[in-house]
Design a protein around this ligand. Structure first.
Ligand code: NAP
Length: 246
């Protein structure tokens, strides 16, 4: 159980982040439900948590912005005094072939997916170091492990997140802070929903377990990594992908 723990989940109004926020809250954590644009969705997640007897608050922040992330972390620490669990889940895609990819699309994906996680860890690490405990979980992707044609910006951001995870895990291990990455495969959310049926069929044929994963499949692992049963695990990249990356 995570009773007494404070968790901050970025991009938690929808998709995988929402499932993570619900799982952490149902297991007793107080959850900061971060959103960027989806205010109503984030407030609905908070309402769902409260209906189940849990505690949560929706807080807006564009994690890609260094100064806004700093102000966000300060607000949370002022109010809750600590953050025990940080889940860097916020992410975007702007897919294109490398020869057609604009600088803007490259930068936008790197800024949210990689710099966003850096910003949050950078601003929260001092407090976690002081409390001599913490769990940082970065949501990477099998695209960052294997690469994926048409996703050079996204794959670079998610591979970068793996490097960030391992370096920060080494830096913070002596302070009792675990840092791990989860690499989802093909998960049924808004991010994948607008793919054509043919593209989905082609993708499913690459998955040994033969089907897409659910947001809850990812949340189950995050819940494990957020709790005490994972205390001897750090600097790891764990794929939840139906066997895609083996
Ligand atoms: P999604 O349904 O598109 O949700 C993306 C979330 O990220 C939204 O809650 C969005 O918040 C948030 N977000 C985007 N930019 C943000 C910013 N600048 N600041 C704060 N929040 C921001 O995607 P998803 O499938 O749940 O993906 C969640 C994570 O899993 C991402 O990191 C994604 O790369 C990763 N992943 C997904 C899959 C998959 O198959 N779905 C596979 C591998 C990895 P707003 O709506 O408020 O903007």
């Amino acid at each position: 159980m995570l009773t007494g723990k404070v968790a901050l989940v970025t991009g938690a109004g929808r998709g995988i982040g929402k499932a993570i926020a619900l799982a952490l809250a149902k297991n007793g954590a107080t959850v900061i439900v971060n959103y960027n644009g989806s205010k109503a969705c984030a407030e609905a997640v908070v309402a769902e948590i409260e209906q189940c007897g849990g505690c949560a608050e929706a807080v807006q922040c564009n994690v890609a912005d260094f100064a806004s992330s700093e102000a966000f972390v300060k607000t949370v620490l002022d109010q809750y005094k600590k953050v025990d669990i940080l889940v860097n889940n916020a992410g975007v895609t702007r897919d294109n072939l490398i020869m057609r990819m604009s600088e803007e699309d490259y930068d936008a994906v790197l800024d949210t997916n990689l710099k966003g996680a850096f910003n949050m860890i950078r601003h929260l690490s001092r407090a976690m170091i002081k409390q001599r405990s913490g769990k940082i979980i970065n949501i990477s992707s099998v695209s960052g492990v294997l690469g994926n044609a048409g996703q050079s910006n996204y794959s670079a951001s998610k591979a970068g997140l793996i490097g960030l995870t391992k370096s920060v895990a080494r830096e913070l291990a002596s302070r009792g802070i675990n840092v791990n990455a989860v690499a989802p495969g093909f998960i049924d959310t808004d991010m994948t929903r607008n793919m054509t049926e043919d593209a989905k069929k082609a993708m499913n044929s690459m998955i040994p377990l033969g089907k897409m994963g659910s947001a809850e499949d990812i949340a189950d692992l995050v819940l494990f990594l957020a709790g005490g049963h994972s205390d001897y695990i750090t600097g790891q990249v764990i794929c939840v992908d139906g066997g895609m990356s083996m």
